[in-house]
Design a protein around this ligand. Sequence first.
Ligand code: F6P
Length: 553
Amino acid sequence: MIDLTQTPAWTALKSHYDEVKDLHMRDMFAEDEQRFEGFSAHLGDILLDYSKNRITEETFRLLMDLARQAGVERWRDKMYSGEVINSTEGRSVLHVALRNRSNTPVMVDGEDVMPKVNAVLAHMRDFSDRVRSGEWRGYNGERIKSIINIGIGGSDLGPKVVCESMKPYAQRGLKAYFVSNADATHLVETLKMVEPESTLFIISSKSFTTQETMLNAHSARKWFVDLVGNEKAISSHFVAVSTNVEAAKKFGIDPANVFEFWDWVGGRYSLWSAIGLPIALYLGMDHFEALLEGAHQMDRHFYETPLEKNMPVILALLGIWYNNFFDAQSHAIMPYSQYLERLPAYLQQLDMESNGKTIDRTGNRVNYLTGPIIWGESGTNGQHAFFQLLHQGTKPVPSDFLIPALSQNPLGMHHRVLFSNCLAQTRALMLGKKYTEAVAEMKAQGMGHEQIEDVIAHKVFDGNKPSNTIIFKKLSPRTLGSILAMYEHKVFVQGIIWNINSFDQWGVEYGKVLAGQIQEDLADPVDVSHHDSSTNGLINYRKWVYFDPLNHE
Ligand code: F6P
């Protein structure tokens, strides 16, 4: 077994860290007027500015050595060529094939998968066109006005972030809802907003066995049948997206309305597959294809561009620099765009479910940190919630700021205010405020010596807090596709360097098994004692309330 922390590239970075850890970005900017030019990369209209990072040219070179040592290019080629790189599940990892707009053959088990991919896209176009044009009608001839996607995890977060971000492109009069939670409130509150006659349900589940999704799907079907009083009407109002076509049919979905995808598409990488059906319905297939085009552009960039100019590779290496050498525990995502409000939640699953691993690809426990905690909030809201900790807290939090140069809603001064706040934050995080500057500022405000002495320590900012800024012209389907694919490849590169399998999720499976056992315990009023005392106590409390109506108030 090779110990990553003892490899030449890692040890070189470790000693380099000791040399540069106290350098301040403020000085680096002062010494090099070309720092922005040197530390920025672009693709199409997307510009990545990574100059506000605690790196020198030497750091950058050593990080690239680490990527080469890990064989990032070799692993990327394996992924693109359909090799079984998801070793614990014995699967290829081919979300790139779903958006392979050049249509070059992509082989899985000796078969080119592109004809299948294109057939499903054609099915999605036909169906979404018919619904959007009003040719597809509900059982009593009403037009479809509401789409409810029932799914969870990758079968929810991806289509949801795209539909919410792309509202300006949506068809008027069509609403998209997403129901995921096992808490009935999610379904019940959503159903209050719609009429059965004009609602289309999409049951989205790769496995078609996920408990929450099946529960919501059955409850939605019951609600529908109870209201319309006609089982046959189901075929006009329920469609499914799954790799498990048989189970979808068993649920009662007309086989013609089951949209297929394949086990070489990971759940959290599936929005580009038929799981994107809500996107195609809400935005139209042309916009869904523009999203695929954008992702394909990023796929090509990742494949063709030297590592030094490769945006996902650069982001991945910077993440590793902070995660493994500065011991940063988390990474914040700050979209300065209300439309991208759900991006942090989407990236949480993408990153944390992929790289939240302790065992490496050879089955050994790692002795270094792997995936960071991903969190964040849209700007400017986050500024008034947690930015204080970023500026003056004790924890290093590297972050990504995303911002469009043009707003979809050019209203008065709004975008200028939004934009200036975004840049002000990254600048303040980088620069900080020196003692002398703080004193001068307070003197200028007319404060006396004693007053200044009292508060000066609180007015000084260390700065030197790293951030990336990702700026693009306007939030279009194409740009969004590129951004989401950029993060997918970033996560991939980090997984390769940490030598983990980014494509399984065994931890999630364990929770599902325990939930099944507890569910059985909850069925009768007799107290349980076979779990740990905490779990017993909580189960028995619920029994005490639930089984005795006197305790319901
Ligand atoms: O959360 C675990 C998980 O397996 C995810 O990987 C997946 O996206 C989600 O459950 C939903 O799974 P399915 O699409 O099979 O219902």
